[in-house]
Design a protein around this ligand. Structure first.
Ligand code: FE2
Ligand code: FE2
Length: 372
């Protein structure tokens, strides 16, 4: 190691001197720093955002703190479709028709519950576009995530019972082929719902959308509660319990917001809600009861086939309620909804199908909003 007090050789000193003479200043020296005041005098206005429906969250305001609380509680739904006890599902012990029948019911449910992710994601985007409070944006996000779990259960159940189902397999029995035809008709109607919904979501103000979603959530929590109670197949029982709890939370979201907005709503908006309830009832009856002709375009074989399939599913321990019980159940759910909204001066439509008196309103297929 060279010692520090060693004399520098004469040749080294020469080289250093030569290099020093060639040195170029690095370009980091400004004459002076930019002056904020001066910059401020020269700013140009950014082009105005003329598109009213832009998505930028200009603020994170919370007008309904209760929504934020429910959102916080929903961060961990406490279950996951892949963790359900699928290995306990003994498909081999079921007849082919029992498998087709249970798979059919999940395909029917899919029209309502597996549309959930897209329906609520659309509502969430719309909430961004119209600059709703942060709590509403967040609650649509939470519902979208939950609905993705429900959709996953539909897919798993269908594929366990009928691999590549609901449509990508060849049924081996007559009832299986009839079931497939029914499913194709169901999806035809599901597609009609979606084209109506896309328009509706942009057309109605948030409070009206929320009352419609409320109907869907009342229907869903009622349905899953009854399916949980009457199903003996462990994995499905467990699924219904969890999905039902999620739907109950969605119901709380709707109630929390409506408690704030219903008292301020105009009479015109309240009349719209009455019409919306009639439309929602017709659509949701497709799974809660039986599909009314006013919306549902179905062939004459549809209902008899569905009844045969329900019978098969019940024989395997899958708890589809009898038609009479379904009617009773649906009526209880609707009365529950009626009790929530009537104190705010919202008139309820007549639903003669399940023996509910009320206002006579026209049905409009483009006004259907609710989903699970
Ligand atoms: Fe829901
Ligand atoms: Fe759902």
């Amino acid at each position: 190691m060279p010692k520090t007090d060693m004399p520098v050789k004469e040749s080294d000193a020469k080289v250093e001197k030569a290099l020093g003479a060639q040195m170029v200043e690095a370009p980091t020296h400004n004459e002076r720093m930019p002056n904020p005041e001066e910059l401020l005098l020269n700013i140009e206005d950014a082009p105005k955002i003329t598109d009213k429906l832009n998505i930028f969250p200009f603020d994170w305001r919370v007008e309904t703190p209760r929504l934020m609380e429910i959102y916080e509680n929903s961060r961990d739904p406490g279950w996951s479709p892949s963790q359900l006890p699928w290995d306990t599902l003994d498909v081999e012990s079921m007849t082919l028709d029992q498998r087709y029948a249970i798979s059919y019911w999940w395909a029917l449910l899919s029209v309502f519950d597996a549309s959930g992710p897209a329906v609520f994601a659309r509502a969430m985007i719309h909430a961004y576009e119209v600059h709703e409070e942060d709590a509403i944006r967040k609650c649509f996000f939470a519902v979208t995530r939950d609905e993705m779990n429900h959709e996953e259960v539909c897919g798993k159940a269908i594929n366990k019972l009928t691999p590549n189902g609901p449509l990508g397999y060849e049924p081996q029995t007559e009832l299986g082929r009839l079931a497939r035809n029914n499913i194709e008709w169901l999806y035809h109607n599901g597609a009609r719902y979606w084209s109506g919904y896309k328009k509706a979501v942009e057309h109605y103000p948030m409070p009206i959308l929320f009352t419609s979603f409320l109907f869907g959530e009342v229907a869903a929590s009622t349905l899953f509660h009854s399916m949980y109670e009457s199903t003996d197949i462990p994995v499905f029982k467990e699924a219904f319990r969890n999905i039902g709890r999620d739907e109950g939370r969605h119901l709380s979201f709707c109630l929390a917001l409506l408690k704030e907005v219903l008292p301020k709503m105009s009479d015109e908006d309240k009349d719209t809600i009455t019409k919306q309830f009639r439309a929602g009832f017709i659509f949701l009856s497709g799974v809660l009861f039986e599909p009314p002709e006013e919306f549902w375009q179905l062939p004459p074989t549809f209902l008899p086939v569905q009844r045969l399939l329900e019978e098969q599913a019940r024989s395997a321990g899958f708890g589809i309620l009898s038609l009479e019980k379904r009617k009773e159940n649906w009526r209880t759910a609707v009365v529950r909804l009626k009790t929530i909204v009537e104190p705010y001066g919202v008139k309820f439509p007549a639903l003669p199908e399940i023996g509910i008196d009320g206002e006579t309103v026209a049905f409009d297929a483009d006004k259907i909003v609710p989903i699970f």
